[in-house]
Ligand binder design. Structure first.
Ligand code: F0G
Length: 462
């Protein structure tokens, strides 16, 4: 018999979680203004809000905490991180930052000015926020297949080279400070970018004299998909694939809370010494001195160790197979999801889940509320609330894809938890015809409203 799949780790420490009653959840979600970010974590049984900073560190990472060097300047922890970045990602220069959006803030301060154009593949919301805050424009060049959840494409994170070329031809190079390639592409469903596409984008960028920066939060998951899906890579190690991926980038921003499996941390890595020097000034202003940039020495140590572990095949195989397990169980119940399954999350297609539901009533957010009420599972809307308003017209933006995201923390939950989530959402799917009314916005921030928005349920009787 073929041996079944099993996790590549065992558990040394546990954290209790608690179930609640339906009545309790009704009250809590109302008090939270129907925004799941406002829930207390002890009001949640299984927390799939995000895979960011929510993973379990290994025994080796915890050991590294004890070895942290907390010197202000030139700490050994800085050099440990520098070596890991050089060895695994191939970049000579780097700046630590406290998380991914801080890396964006520092790098974009050095690169982006008002009126600039930044093409990319469905920029993540903080990336877009940092671009638009500088009165520049993010142009989405993702391939069309990504926007149809019923179509199979092995690399739905790919950039459409025709769309990209149109942008590069339309604007002068001085107006395009960078192309952002997000690996994997979170906004389109945790979808990977193929090696061939990375190479072609880089070659095109070089032809036009433009730099390519990878938004690298889930670079290792991207490498896993290349190994499993792209011809010619099956025999290569993840570490070999990662090095080749980054050979097609001039630099990267990193949210280490994902594929470096730490609870906090980030960095910028670059090849260009001059750009590194320019960014260093902003790092000192916004984050901290260039050898710690908002991180403690112990956290830099854990991050360095996490980069080695996060690029091990067995770990990635366990991780991606767990996500796929949830995806498959949801499919078994008929729940419409983005396919192929993403690396870090299952993205439920809210438009297909609730056909005909008015987009102005935020179907994915409505589903997030229903799933919470059903079973205490916290998920997140990746739809119109997140897409925010157009910075110029102030009109609501309704993206092609309206997703409910179930993001899986790394090494945290078992497949029994996945089963629980699948049945919970399966139950919501069974009673989908009774979900007639959604929510309306009562109060929102002028930018990045997603996190703090206050909502009200629309009354059926009105
Ligand atoms: N880029 C991508 C692709 C991301 O997914 C995130 C964060 C960031 C940048 C920003 O990094 O959170 O460390 O400041 N994504 C989280 C999520 C928040 O839930 O998907 P950060």
């Amino acid at each position: 018999m073929e041996l079944p799949f099993a996790e590549s780790y065992k558990i040394k420490m546990v954290e209790n979680i608690r179930k609640s009653t339906g009545e309790e959840r009704e009250q809590w979600i109302k008090t939270a203004k129907y925004n799941l970010f406002n829930l207390r974590s002890d009001q949640v049984f299984i927390d799939l809000l995000t895979d960011s900073g929510t993973g379990a560190m290994s025994d080796k990472q915890w050991s590294e905490l004890m070895l942290g060097d907390e010197s202000y300047a030139g700490a050994s922890s800085y050099f440990k991180m520098k070596n890991a970045i050089q060895e695994i990602l191939g970049f000579e220069y780097f700046l630590p930052t406290h998380q991914g959006r801080a890396a964006e803030n520092v790098l974009f301060s050095a690169l982006i000015k008002e009126g600039d154009i930044v093409p990319g593949n469905s920029h993540f919301d903080t990336t877009k926020g940092h671009i638009e805050y500088r009165r520049a424009k993010a142009v989405d060049c993702t391939i069309g297949e990504a926007f149809d959840t019923t179509v199979y494409h092995p690399f739905k994170g790919n950039l459409d080279l025709v769309k990209l070329k149109t942008v590069l031809k339309k604007y002068p190079a001085e107006q395009i400070p960078l192309i952002v390639v997000t690996v994997t592409c979170n906004s389109s469903g945790g979808q990977p970018v193929s090696m061939q596409n990375l190479k072609e984008v880089y070659e095109m960028a070089k032809k036009y004299g433009i730099r390519v920066i990878f938004d690298s939060a889930r670079f290792a998951e991207n490498a896993y998909f290349i190994k499993m899906r792209e011809p010619g890579y099956a025999e290569k190690t993840i570490k070999e694939i990662v090095l080749e991926m980054f050979s097609y980038a001039d630099g990267m921003t990193m949210s280490s809370k994902k594929d470096a499996i730490v609870n906090m941390g980030g960095f910028i890595a670059l090849r260009d010494e001059n750009l590194w020097k320019k960014a260093s000034t902003f790092n000192i202003m916004f984050e901290g001195y260039i050898t710690y940039g908002g991180m403690s020495g112990r956290d830099m140590n854990a991050l360095a160790q996490g980069l080695y572990e996060g690029t091990e095949f067995d770990y990635l195989d366990t991780r991606i197979k767990q996500v796929a397990y949830l995806g498959q169980r949801l499919k078994d119940f008929g729940v419409p999801v983005q396919e192929p399954f993403g690396g870090h999350a299952i993205f439920v297609d809210a438009k297909r889940f609730l056909p005909g539901f008015p987009k102005e009533q935020f179907p994915a957010q409505t589903l997030a509320i229903e799933l919470y009420l059903e079973a205490g599972v916290r998920s997140v809307e990746i739809g119109a609330i997140l897409a925010d308003r157009d910075p110029v017209t102030r009109e609501n933006r309704y993206p092609d894809l309206e997703f409910l995201r179930l993001a899986i923390p790394r090494r945290t939950y078992t497949n029994n938890h996945m089963e629980y989530v699948a049945v919970a959402l399966g139950n919501v799917y069974q009673r989908r015809n009774t979900i007639l009314n959604g929510v309306k916005i009562v109060s929102e921030a002028p930018i990045m409203r997603h996190f703090t928005v206050e909502l009200e349920r629309i009354n059926t009787m009105v």
